[in-house]
Design a protein around this ligand. Structure first.
Ligand SMILES: *Cc1c(COP(=O)(O)O)cnc(C)c1O
Length: 379
Protein backbone atom coordinates (compact mmCIF):
# COMPACT_ATOMS: atom_id res chain seq x y z
CA UNK A 1 0.00 0.00 0.00
CA UNK A 2 1.20 3.48 -0.83
CA UNK A 3 1.16 6.09 1.84
CA UNK A 4 -1.05 8.81 0.44
CA UNK A 5 -1.07 12.28 1.91
CA UNK A 6 -4.12 13.09 3.99
CA UNK A 7 -6.70 14.05 1.41
CA UNK A 8 -10.39 14.42 1.84
CA UNK A 9 -12.67 14.18 -1.14
CA UNK A 10 -16.21 13.86 0.18
CA UNK A 11 -18.64 11.86 -1.93
CA UNK A 12 -21.05 14.76 -2.15
CA UNK A 13 -21.16 18.45 -1.22
CA UNK A 14 -24.29 20.48 -2.03
CA UNK A 15 -23.85 23.91 -3.66
CA UNK A 16 -26.01 26.81 -2.48
CA UNK A 17 -25.71 30.17 -4.19
CA UNK A 18 -25.61 33.55 -2.45
CA UNK A 19 -28.95 34.29 -4.10
CA UNK A 20 -30.40 31.15 -2.44
CA UNK A 21 -29.32 32.45 0.98
CA UNK A 22 -30.90 35.84 0.28
CA UNK A 23 -34.08 34.18 -0.99
CA UNK A 24 -34.41 32.17 2.22
CA UNK A 25 -34.14 35.33 4.34
CA UNK A 26 -36.61 37.14 2.08
CA UNK A 27 -39.22 34.43 2.63
CA UNK A 28 -38.60 34.21 6.38
CA UNK A 29 -39.22 37.97 6.63
CA UNK A 30 -42.22 37.98 4.30
CA UNK A 31 -44.97 36.82 6.65
CA UNK A 32 -45.77 33.70 4.55
CA UNK A 33 -43.42 30.71 4.64
CA UNK A 34 -45.42 27.73 3.39
CA UNK A 35 -47.00 26.92 -0.01
CA UNK A 36 -47.81 30.18 -1.81
CA UNK A 37 -46.44 32.67 -4.32
CA UNK A 38 -42.87 31.30 -4.29
CA UNK A 39 -44.10 27.78 -5.08
CA UNK A 40 -46.23 29.14 -7.93
CA UNK A 41 -43.26 31.08 -9.34
CA UNK A 42 -40.92 28.09 -8.98
CA UNK A 43 -43.45 25.92 -10.81
CA UNK A 44 -43.68 28.40 -13.70
CA UNK A 45 -39.89 28.68 -13.95
CA UNK A 46 -39.41 24.91 -13.84
CA UNK A 47 -42.08 24.48 -16.53
CA UNK A 48 -40.21 26.90 -18.78
CA UNK A 49 -36.88 25.20 -18.07
CA UNK A 50 -38.26 21.72 -18.75
CA UNK A 51 -40.44 22.77 -21.68
CA UNK A 52 -43.49 21.16 -20.10
CA UNK A 53 -46.82 22.95 -19.72
CA UNK A 54 -47.51 22.05 -16.07
CA UNK A 55 -45.31 21.63 -13.02
CA UNK A 56 -46.67 20.95 -9.52
CA UNK A 57 -44.26 21.05 -6.58
CA UNK A 58 -44.58 18.40 -3.87
CA UNK A 59 -42.68 17.38 -0.74
CA UNK A 60 -40.38 14.84 -2.43
CA UNK A 61 -39.76 12.85 -5.58
CA UNK A 62 -41.01 9.77 -3.71
CA UNK A 63 -44.34 11.57 -3.14
CA UNK A 64 -44.31 12.74 -6.76
CA UNK A 65 -44.06 9.14 -7.97
CA UNK A 66 -46.70 7.82 -5.56
CA UNK A 67 -49.22 10.58 -6.33
CA UNK A 68 -48.64 10.30 -10.10
CA UNK A 69 -49.26 6.55 -9.89
CA UNK A 70 -52.38 7.00 -7.72
CA UNK A 71 -53.73 9.47 -10.28
CA UNK A 72 -53.78 6.62 -12.84
CA UNK A 73 -56.49 4.93 -10.71
CA UNK A 74 -55.39 1.43 -11.64
CA UNK A 75 -56.96 -1.62 -10.02
CA UNK A 76 -55.62 -2.59 -6.61
CA UNK A 77 -52.61 -4.85 -7.06
CA UNK A 78 -52.12 -3.85 -10.72
CA UNK A 79 -48.66 -4.83 -12.01
CA UNK A 80 -46.27 -1.89 -12.46
CA UNK A 81 -42.86 -2.42 -14.07
CA UNK A 82 -39.78 -0.96 -12.41
CA UNK A 83 -36.06 -1.68 -12.51
CA UNK A 84 -34.74 -3.41 -9.40
CA UNK A 85 -31.59 -1.29 -9.78
CA UNK A 86 -33.22 1.89 -8.47
CA UNK A 87 -33.81 3.74 -5.22
CA UNK A 88 -35.94 1.78 -2.77
CA UNK A 89 -38.30 4.73 -2.25
CA UNK A 90 -39.33 4.65 -5.91
CA UNK A 91 -40.47 1.03 -5.55
CA UNK A 92 -42.11 1.67 -2.17
CA UNK A 93 -44.13 4.39 -3.95
CA UNK A 94 -45.63 1.72 -6.24
CA UNK A 95 -46.61 -0.35 -3.20
CA UNK A 96 -48.00 2.65 -1.28
CA UNK A 97 -50.09 3.56 -4.34
CA UNK A 98 -51.72 0.13 -3.97
CA UNK A 99 -50.05 -1.62 -6.89
CA UNK A 100 -47.63 -4.53 -7.35
CA UNK A 101 -44.04 -3.89 -8.48
CA UNK A 102 -42.77 -6.19 -11.24
CA UNK A 103 -39.00 -6.03 -11.58
CA UNK A 104 -37.19 -5.46 -14.87
CA UNK A 105 -33.57 -6.39 -15.51
CA UNK A 106 -31.12 -3.81 -16.90
CA UNK A 107 -28.92 -3.67 -19.97
CA UNK A 108 -25.27 -4.52 -19.34
CA UNK A 109 -23.95 -1.41 -21.14
CA UNK A 110 -26.35 1.30 -19.97
CA UNK A 111 -27.38 0.04 -16.49
CA UNK A 112 -31.01 0.89 -17.32
CA UNK A 113 -33.77 -1.34 -18.73
CA UNK A 114 -33.76 -1.85 -22.51
CA UNK A 115 -36.72 -2.70 -24.77
CA UNK A 116 -35.46 -6.31 -24.60
CA UNK A 117 -35.45 -6.55 -20.79
CA UNK A 118 -38.85 -4.82 -20.63
CA UNK A 119 -40.25 -7.29 -23.16
CA UNK A 120 -38.79 -10.18 -21.15
CA UNK A 121 -40.47 -8.94 -17.95
CA UNK A 122 -43.76 -8.56 -19.82
CA UNK A 123 -43.51 -12.15 -21.15
CA UNK A 124 -42.77 -13.40 -17.63
CA UNK A 125 -45.35 -11.46 -15.62
CA UNK A 126 -48.01 -10.62 -18.19
CA UNK A 127 -48.99 -7.24 -19.55
CA UNK A 128 -48.28 -4.45 -17.04
CA UNK A 129 -50.72 -1.67 -16.18
CA UNK A 130 -48.00 1.00 -15.93
CA UNK A 131 -44.23 1.43 -15.74
CA UNK A 132 -41.82 3.56 -13.74
CA UNK A 133 -38.78 4.48 -15.85
CA UNK A 134 -35.58 5.56 -14.09
CA UNK A 135 -32.81 7.44 -15.93
CA UNK A 136 -30.15 6.02 -13.61
CA UNK A 137 -27.36 8.48 -12.93
CA UNK A 138 -28.89 10.80 -15.54
CA UNK A 139 -28.66 8.40 -18.51
CA UNK A 140 -31.35 9.66 -20.92
CA UNK A 141 -33.72 6.71 -21.11
CA UNK A 142 -35.89 6.47 -24.24
CA UNK A 143 -39.21 6.11 -22.45
CA UNK A 144 -41.10 5.81 -25.75
CA UNK A 145 -39.13 2.72 -26.81
CA UNK A 146 -39.63 1.18 -23.36
CA UNK A 147 -43.37 1.97 -23.42
CA UNK A 148 -43.67 0.27 -26.82
CA UNK A 149 -41.84 -2.79 -25.51
CA UNK A 150 -44.27 -2.97 -22.59
CA UNK A 151 -47.32 -2.47 -24.82
CA UNK A 152 -48.18 0.70 -22.90
CA UNK A 153 -49.16 4.19 -24.09
CA UNK A 154 -47.01 7.12 -22.92
CA UNK A 155 -49.82 8.05 -20.54
CA UNK A 156 -49.00 4.99 -18.42
CA UNK A 157 -45.34 5.91 -17.96
CA UNK A 158 -44.03 7.67 -14.87
CA UNK A 159 -40.44 8.89 -15.28
CA UNK A 160 -38.45 8.94 -12.05
CA UNK A 161 -36.17 11.82 -13.09
CA UNK A 162 -34.63 12.23 -9.62
CA UNK A 163 -31.27 12.08 -11.42
CA UNK A 164 -32.26 13.95 -14.52
CA UNK A 165 -33.57 17.52 -14.35
CA UNK A 166 -30.43 19.09 -15.78
CA UNK A 167 -29.97 16.88 -18.81
CA UNK A 168 -32.11 15.87 -21.72
CA UNK A 169 -34.42 13.79 -19.61
CA UNK A 170 -37.79 15.34 -18.90
CA UNK A 171 -37.44 18.03 -21.56
CA UNK A 172 -40.22 18.94 -23.93
CA UNK A 173 -41.36 16.03 -26.00
CA UNK A 174 -44.24 15.21 -28.28
CA UNK A 175 -47.47 15.45 -26.25
CA UNK A 176 -48.69 12.35 -28.12
CA UNK A 177 -45.96 10.20 -26.56
CA UNK A 178 -45.30 12.30 -23.46
CA UNK A 179 -45.08 10.39 -20.20
CA UNK A 180 -47.96 10.69 -17.75
CA UNK A 181 -45.58 12.37 -15.30
CA UNK A 182 -41.91 13.25 -14.93
CA UNK A 183 -40.92 13.32 -11.25
CA UNK A 184 -38.07 15.50 -9.97
CA UNK A 185 -36.13 15.50 -6.69
CA UNK A 186 -34.54 18.44 -4.91
CA UNK A 187 -33.00 16.23 -2.23
CA UNK A 188 -29.66 17.40 -0.79
CA UNK A 189 -27.46 15.35 -3.11
CA UNK A 190 -29.35 15.89 -6.39
CA UNK A 191 -28.39 18.19 -9.29
CA UNK A 192 -30.78 20.93 -8.10
CA UNK A 193 -30.40 20.74 -4.32
CA UNK A 194 -32.83 22.45 -1.97
CA UNK A 195 -32.40 19.96 0.84
CA UNK A 196 -35.75 18.26 0.39
CA UNK A 197 -38.47 18.64 -2.20
CA UNK A 198 -39.91 17.31 -5.42
CA UNK A 199 -42.09 18.16 -8.38
CA UNK A 200 -44.20 16.59 -11.11
CA UNK A 201 -43.90 17.89 -14.69
CA UNK A 202 -46.69 16.88 -17.05
CA UNK A 203 -48.59 17.66 -20.24
CA UNK A 204 -51.83 16.63 -18.52
CA UNK A 205 -53.74 19.58 -17.06
CA UNK A 206 -56.16 17.29 -15.22
CA UNK A 207 -53.28 15.52 -13.48
CA UNK A 208 -51.79 18.88 -12.51
CA UNK A 209 -55.10 20.05 -11.02
CA UNK A 210 -55.55 16.79 -9.10
CA UNK A 211 -52.00 17.03 -7.72
CA UNK A 212 -52.52 20.63 -6.60
CA UNK A 213 -55.44 19.59 -4.47
CA UNK A 214 -54.14 16.17 -3.38
CA UNK A 215 -50.82 17.52 -2.09
CA UNK A 216 -52.77 19.57 0.47
CA UNK A 217 -55.40 17.29 1.99
CA UNK A 218 -57.64 17.41 -1.09
CA UNK A 219 -58.83 20.89 -0.12
CA UNK A 220 -60.51 22.81 -2.94
CA UNK A 221 -58.62 26.01 -2.04
CA UNK A 222 -55.21 26.19 -0.38
CA UNK A 223 -54.56 28.26 2.72
CA UNK A 224 -52.53 30.88 0.86
CA UNK A 225 -55.49 31.71 -1.39
CA UNK A 226 -57.94 31.61 1.53
CA UNK A 227 -55.85 34.16 3.42
CA UNK A 228 -55.38 36.52 0.44
CA UNK A 229 -57.35 39.80 0.68
CA UNK A 230 -60.90 38.96 -0.28
CA UNK A 231 -60.24 35.25 0.24
CA UNK A 232 -62.78 33.12 2.04
CA UNK A 233 -62.27 30.57 4.81
CA UNK A 234 -64.55 28.15 2.95
CA UNK A 235 -63.28 25.05 1.19
CA UNK A 236 -64.52 21.60 0.37
CA UNK A 237 -62.78 18.20 0.29
CA UNK A 238 -64.19 16.11 -2.53
CA UNK A 239 -61.55 13.40 -2.23
CA UNK A 240 -59.21 12.63 0.67
CA UNK A 241 -55.77 14.03 0.00
CA UNK A 242 -52.27 13.92 1.42
CA UNK A 243 -49.84 16.21 3.21
CA UNK A 244 -47.24 16.48 0.46
CA UNK A 245 -46.78 20.18 -0.29
CA UNK A 246 -43.53 22.09 -0.81
CA UNK A 247 -43.00 25.26 1.26
CA UNK A 248 -42.31 28.76 -0.05
CA UNK A 249 -39.03 28.68 1.88
CA UNK A 250 -37.92 25.66 -0.17
CA UNK A 251 -39.33 27.05 -3.43
CA UNK A 252 -37.50 30.38 -3.04
CA UNK A 253 -34.22 28.52 -2.56
CA UNK A 254 -35.09 26.33 -5.56
CA UNK A 255 -35.76 29.37 -7.78
CA UNK A 256 -32.31 30.75 -7.02
CA UNK A 257 -30.71 27.33 -7.47
CA UNK A 258 -32.45 26.88 -10.85
CA UNK A 259 -30.65 29.98 -12.17
CA UNK A 260 -27.33 28.30 -11.33
CA UNK A 261 -28.28 24.86 -12.69
CA UNK A 262 -27.10 25.27 -16.32
CA UNK A 263 -23.64 26.32 -15.11
CA UNK A 264 -23.54 23.43 -12.65
CA UNK A 265 -24.46 21.03 -15.45
CA UNK A 266 -21.49 22.31 -17.48
CA UNK A 267 -19.24 21.75 -14.42
CA UNK A 268 -20.51 18.17 -14.15
CA UNK A 269 -19.84 17.50 -17.85
CA UNK A 270 -16.27 18.87 -17.54
CA UNK A 271 -15.60 16.71 -14.48
CA UNK A 272 -16.96 13.67 -16.32
CA UNK A 273 -14.66 14.35 -19.29
CA UNK A 274 -11.69 14.57 -16.89
CA UNK A 275 -12.66 11.31 -15.18
CA UNK A 276 -13.16 9.65 -18.57
CA UNK A 277 -9.70 10.64 -19.82
CA UNK A 278 -8.10 9.05 -16.77
CA UNK A 279 -10.30 5.98 -16.43
CA UNK A 280 -11.47 4.91 -19.90
CA UNK A 281 -8.72 2.30 -20.25
CA UNK A 282 -8.76 1.29 -16.61
CA UNK A 283 -12.33 0.46 -15.64
CA UNK A 284 -15.58 -0.47 -17.30
CA UNK A 285 -17.75 2.62 -17.81
CA UNK A 286 -21.46 2.68 -18.64
CA UNK A 287 -22.22 3.77 -22.21
CA UNK A 288 -22.37 7.53 -22.85
CA UNK A 289 -25.33 9.18 -24.58
CA UNK A 290 -26.03 12.83 -25.51
CA UNK A 291 -28.41 14.52 -23.10
CA UNK A 292 -26.96 12.79 -20.06
CA UNK A 293 -27.74 14.72 -16.86
CA UNK A 294 -24.56 13.50 -15.11
CA UNK A 295 -25.96 13.06 -11.64
CA UNK A 296 -23.60 10.15 -10.98
CA UNK A 297 -20.18 9.08 -12.19
CA UNK A 298 -20.45 5.30 -12.04
CA UNK A 299 -17.65 2.84 -12.74
CA UNK A 300 -17.61 -0.94 -12.58
CA UNK A 301 -14.76 -2.52 -10.70
CA UNK A 302 -14.03 -6.07 -9.63
CA UNK A 303 -13.87 -6.54 -5.87
CA UNK A 304 -15.92 -3.36 -5.45
CA UNK A 305 -16.31 -3.54 -1.66
CA UNK A 306 -12.55 -3.73 -1.14
CA UNK A 307 -11.93 -0.87 -3.58
CA UNK A 308 -14.52 1.30 -1.82
CA UNK A 309 -12.98 0.52 1.57
CA UNK A 310 -9.46 1.34 0.34
CA UNK A 311 -10.66 4.63 -1.17
CA UNK A 312 -12.38 5.47 2.12
CA UNK A 313 -9.10 4.85 3.92
CA UNK A 314 -7.51 7.44 1.64
CA UNK A 315 -10.24 9.93 2.53
CA UNK A 316 -12.18 9.46 -0.72
CA UNK A 317 -15.93 9.07 -0.36
CA UNK A 318 -17.86 6.80 -2.71
CA UNK A 319 -21.34 5.32 -2.84
CA UNK A 320 -23.28 2.52 -4.53
CA UNK A 321 -26.32 3.15 -6.75
CA UNK A 322 -28.09 1.06 -5.89
CA UNK A 323 -28.56 -2.00 -3.76
CA UNK A 324 -31.19 -3.66 -5.99
CA UNK A 325 -34.52 -3.66 -4.18
CA UNK A 326 -34.87 -7.43 -4.47
CA UNK A 327 -31.92 -7.69 -2.05
CA UNK A 328 -33.67 -5.55 0.59
CA UNK A 329 -35.60 -7.55 3.20
CA UNK A 330 -39.00 -5.86 3.06
CA UNK A 331 -39.07 -5.88 -0.75
CA UNK A 332 -37.82 -9.46 -1.06
CA UNK A 333 -40.80 -10.46 1.11
CA UNK A 334 -43.40 -8.87 -1.12
CA UNK A 335 -41.89 -9.60 -4.54
CA UNK A 336 -42.70 -12.53 -6.74
CA UNK A 337 -39.90 -15.17 -6.41
CA UNK A 338 -39.92 -15.38 -10.24
CA UNK A 339 -38.93 -11.71 -10.32
CA UNK A 340 -35.96 -12.27 -8.09
CA UNK A 341 -34.69 -15.07 -10.30
CA UNK A 342 -35.01 -13.05 -13.51
CA UNK A 343 -32.42 -10.35 -12.86
CA UNK A 344 -29.07 -11.87 -13.92
CA UNK A 345 -27.54 -8.63 -15.23
CA UNK A 346 -28.75 -6.60 -12.23
CA UNK A 347 -27.25 -9.20 -9.90
CA UNK A 348 -23.92 -9.07 -11.75
CA UNK A 349 -23.57 -5.29 -12.01
CA UNK A 350 -24.86 -4.66 -8.50
CA UNK A 351 -21.67 -6.20 -7.11
CA UNK A 352 -19.46 -4.03 -9.34
CA UNK A 353 -20.97 -0.54 -9.56
CA UNK A 354 -19.27 2.23 -7.63
CA UNK A 355 -20.16 5.92 -7.74
CA UNK A 356 -17.25 8.37 -7.50
CA UNK A 357 -17.51 11.98 -6.24
CA UNK A 358 -19.28 14.23 -8.80
CA UNK A 359 -20.64 17.66 -7.91
CA UNK A 360 -20.09 21.24 -9.12
CA UNK A 361 -17.87 22.18 -6.15
CA UNK A 362 -15.50 19.26 -6.86
CA UNK A 363 -12.02 20.53 -7.81
CA UNK A 364 -10.39 19.17 -10.95
CA UNK A 365 -7.39 18.34 -8.74
CA UNK A 366 -9.66 16.22 -6.57
CA UNK A 367 -10.71 14.22 -9.63
CA UNK A 368 -7.00 13.57 -10.27
CA UNK A 369 -6.57 12.39 -6.68
CA UNK A 370 -9.49 9.98 -7.03
CA UNK A 371 -8.40 8.61 -10.40
CA UNK A 372 -4.76 8.35 -9.26
CA UNK A 373 -5.71 6.34 -6.19
CA UNK A 374 -8.08 4.15 -8.18
CA UNK A 375 -5.32 3.45 -10.72
CA UNK A 376 -2.99 2.37 -7.89
CA UNK A 377 -5.65 0.08 -6.42
CA UNK A 378 -6.48 -1.57 -9.73
CA UNK A 379 -2.85 -1.96 -10.86
C1 LIG B 1 -33.29 10.33 -4.59
C2 LIG B 1 -34.11 9.42 -5.44
C3 LIG B 1 -35.49 9.32 -5.29
C4 LIG B 1 -36.23 9.95 -4.15
O1 LIG B 1 -36.15 11.33 -4.12
P1 LIG B 1 -36.71 12.08 -2.81
O2 LIG B 1 -36.90 13.48 -3.30
O3 LIG B 1 -35.66 11.94 -1.76
O4 LIG B 1 -37.99 11.43 -2.44
C5 LIG B 1 -36.20 8.55 -6.17
N1 LIG B 1 -35.59 7.88 -7.14
C6 LIG B 1 -34.25 7.92 -7.32
C7 LIG B 1 -33.63 7.14 -8.43
C8 LIG B 1 -33.47 8.68 -6.45
O5 LIG B 1 -32.14 8.69 -6.58
Amino acid sequence: MTTSTAVAVPFTVPSFTGAAREAAVRVLDSGWVTTGAECAAFEAELAAYLGQPYVVTVASCTQAIELSLRALRLDAGAPVLTPSLTFCGAVAAIVHAGYRPVLVDVDEDTLVPSPETVAAATRRAGRPAAMVVCPLGGYPVDHVALADAAGLPGGRIVVDAAHGPGGGVGRADDPATAPHATCLSFYATKNLPIGEGGAVATHDGELAAWLRSSRLHGMSRDAWRRYLPGGSWRYDVEELGFKANLTDLQAAIGRAQLVALPGWQRCRAELVARYDRALADLVRLPRRHPGHAWHLYQVRVPDRDAVAAALAESGIGTSVHFIPVHRLTAFARLLDPDDRAALPVTDRVADEVLSLPLYPALEHGSVDIVTGRLAELLA
